[in-house]
Structure formats: structure tokens, C-alpha cells
Ligand binder design. Structure first.
Ligand SMILES: *Cc1c(COP(=O)(O)O)cnc(C)c1O
Length: 355
């Protein structure tokens, strides 16, 4: 049976990425060796890092003065690296869900955290006041678990740090408004094992504390992400995804596709009497579409999950902290998968309305 992959992360990758990675695993760049068994100091791998960096800069239109890094440790290590490298006294954190909370926990080790919280995690705070003496403000642009997303870039007077783990490359962004953008690659880019960091060089060097070598951004900037052995294979796969994005027409093209997929599914959630959305409409994520069964049909939740699973839908069970369902509609998810899910929801409706 054909499978439709709605996992939230690690998650679906372009078939192109899978195929090219398999080729590289067998014979990397004509070396007669596998990408899994070549030195990260080889000229062939150096070309991969350079080309991946160039594509990052080209696709996201990253201005001069920024570095692109590929690091181990996932987005979760950035939760600590950001305050370690940037916080002297105080930072603002916009708390929009589970991942923000984890970032806040780390930041509190290094100084005072001013929290901006929404009433609940089902809508996003908008008019955010920032104290001018804060070292930076941290936001999570897409909340993978609750399914909310900021769809516009912010303008702040203090440095802006963004966790974009689950919506990087889903639409164009104005990188010049950000000082650090980071994320784990396993949502929209590559297999797990690598995190990306886009960092404005001039914001560094402003804290007084000693920073361990591996946790210091300058180390990795100066060594071009190769201070130690980087995650070679995930970087190689990420590079393939970047090539795929470019061939597809870049971020404008992806944005159109993502908006179209999300609209199809949200329209069905709003139409179908068995289902309803969970978050404020204007904050709905284009990447993680959360929904539940309406009060009247709540008892059918397990049944729908089983029904959908039998039709090849994989990974639509909602996160344990939210319940219900979550369909992740990342870049690589074809429209066909969304259409199949919608058909499944409609067939379920038809069968149960007949009861
Ligand atoms: C998945 C995710 C993380 C955690 O990423 P790791 O690479 O597992 O550390 C952090 N933030 C967001 C928004 C995520 O979706």
C-alpha cells in the first residue's frame, strides 16, 4: 500500500534527496568511495559544504556579513549556545509552546529572562514590547507541536534570534531582520543529525564570559563548520534538498505550494462536521496542521486514527501534549498526500453520517 508520510520530524524528504543520497552512499562524487567513508577534509566534501552554504545564501537571499554553519547537537543545543554567546544580563523570550519553553529553561542559566506569553498556546502574541536594555529577543517562528506560525517577519530594535526548525525554506524571509536563525534540519531539509545556524557576525564578541570551544560560534565560523568532524552524511543530504528547492523555482514556488496544500486541508477541517481546528485561524501553521474531532464525535477519535492508518496515512496522531491529529505538510509532502487525507476524512464522514 502507498504510504503518505505526515510525520512531524524526522519527516518526509524529497524523493530527489533520497535518490541522490543513495547514489552518494554508493559512489560519492566519482571517488569510488561512499560519502559515509570519506574524510571531511577531502576536497570533494569541502565542495559539498561550500555549495550547500552558497545555496543557503542564494535561496534565502542572505545579505553580506552573515555566516552559515552546519553543527551537531540539533536545535536543542542552540537553546544553550544562543544565550551562552549573546546574553550578558537579560533577554526576551516569546513563549509560544513546548520548544520555546525548552529554550527559556536554558537561557535562565545565563541571565534574566523576560517572558512574553500568549493566553494559551493556541494563538500567538503579536504586539510585543521589548525593553531596550535586553540583549536580544528570541522567537519560535513555527510551533511544531501546537501548529501555530508567525507568517511575517518582525522588526525589533534589539537583536532578533529565531528558531526556524520547522518552517525554514517554506517561504521567503527577510534575513536582514534577524541576527541568528537556527534549527534542526530534520523537519524540512535533511535526516536528523545536523543543525543549521545563520548568524550575523557582528553580534558576536559582546559577552564577557568564557565559552567552551565547541559552544562558541566563532570557533565554527573560523573553521567553516569543520573545527571537528561535522555530520557529513546529513550535510550531504541537506545539500541535495537545497538543489531540489532551487530546481523547483526557489522559495516563492514552495510558498505557493505550501499555501495551497494548507488551504485545502484547513478548508476540509472547517467544512467537515466531524473535525475542527485547534488554533486561532490567523495563526494557523502551514507546516503542522492540528485538528481534533468535534465534541459530538470525540469518541470516534481512535476509530478515525485506525481508519486513516489503514489507508496509508502515517504519523497523523497529534503530539501527546495536544491530542487529536497533526498532519505535517512540509515542503516535500506532495499535494496528492493532502488530497488523500481529505478523501479519507470525507469517506469517514460519509460512512458515519449514514449510521
Ligand atoms: C524539532 C524542534 C526542535 C528540536 O530539534 P532537535 O534537533 O531535536 O534538538 C526545536 N525547535 C522546534 C521548533 C522544533 O520543531
Amino acid at each position: 500500500m502507498k504510504k503518505y508520510n505526515f510525520y512531524a520530524g524526522p519527516s518526509i524528504l524529497p524523493q530527489f534527496t533520497i535518490e541522490e543520497t543513495i547514489k552518494g552512499l554508493k559512489n560519492f562524487a566519482g571517488t569510488g568511495l561512499s560519502i559515509a567513508e570519506v574524510s571531511h577534509r577531502s576536497k570533494e566534501f569541502d565542495a559539498v559544504i561550500e555549495d550547500a552554504k552558497s545555496l543557503f545564501k542564494e535561496l534565502l537571499k542572505i545579505p553580506e556579513g552573515y555566516s552559515v554553519l552546519f553543527l551537531g547537537g540539533g536545535a536543542s543545543m542552540q537553546f544553550a549556545m544562543v544565550p551562552y554567546n549573546l546574553m550578558n544580563k537579560k533577554a526576551v523570550y516569546v513563549n509560544t509552546g513546548t520548544w520555546s519553553k525548552k529554550a527559556i529553561k536554558e537561557a535562565k542559566i545565563f541571565g534574566e529572562v523576560v517572558e512574553v506569553v500568549a493566553d494559551d498556546f493556541f494563538s500567538l502574541p503579536k504586539n510585543i514590547e521589548v525593553p531596550s536594555d535586553a540583549d536580544y529577543i528570541h522567537i519560535t517562528t513555527n510551533n511544531t507541536i501546537y501548529g501555530t506560525e508567525y507568517k511575517d517577519d518582525f522588526d525589533f530594535d534589539i537583536p532578533l534570534v529565531a528558531d526556524m526548525s520547522s518552517n525554514i525554506f517554506s517561504r521567503p524571509i527577510d534575513v536582514s531582520k534577524y541576527d541568528i536563525i537556527y534549527g534542526g534540519a530534520q523537519k524540512n531539509l535533511a535526516p536528523s543529525g545536523v543543525a543549521f545556524v545563520i548568524i550575523k557576525d557582528e553580534i558576536l564578541g559582546k559577552v564577557n564570559r568564557e565559552i567552551p570551544t565547541m559552544l562558541k560560534y566563532e570557533t565554527h565560523i573560523n573553521k567553516n563548520s569543520m573545527f571537528n568532524t561535522p555530520p557529513v552524511l546529513p550535510i550531504f543530504a541537506a545539500y541535495q534538498t537545497l538543489r531540489w528547492i532551487k530546481n523547483l523555482g526557489g522559495l516563492e514556488a514552495l510558498q505557493k505550494m505550501n499555501e495551497e496544500k494548507a488551504k485545502l486541508l484547513y478548508d476540509e477541517i472547517d467544512r467537515n462536521p466531524f473535525f475542527e481546528g485547534t488554533v486561532a485561524k490567523e495563526d494557523r501553521s502551514l507546516m503542522n496542521i492540528c485538528f481534533v474531532m468535534t465534541e459530538e464525535y470525540k469518541k470516534l477519535e481512535q476509530e478515525f486514527l485506525k481508519y486513516a492508518t489503514e489507508r496509508g496515512m502515517v504519523g497523523i496522531k497529534g503530539h501527546r501534549s495536544v491530542g487529536g491529529f497533526r498532519a505535517s505538510t512540509y515542503n516535500a509532502l506532495p499535494k496528492e498526500a493532502v488530497e488523500e487525507l481529505i478523501q479519507t476524512m470525507q469517506d469517514f464522514e460519509a460512512e458515519h453520517l449514514a449510521d
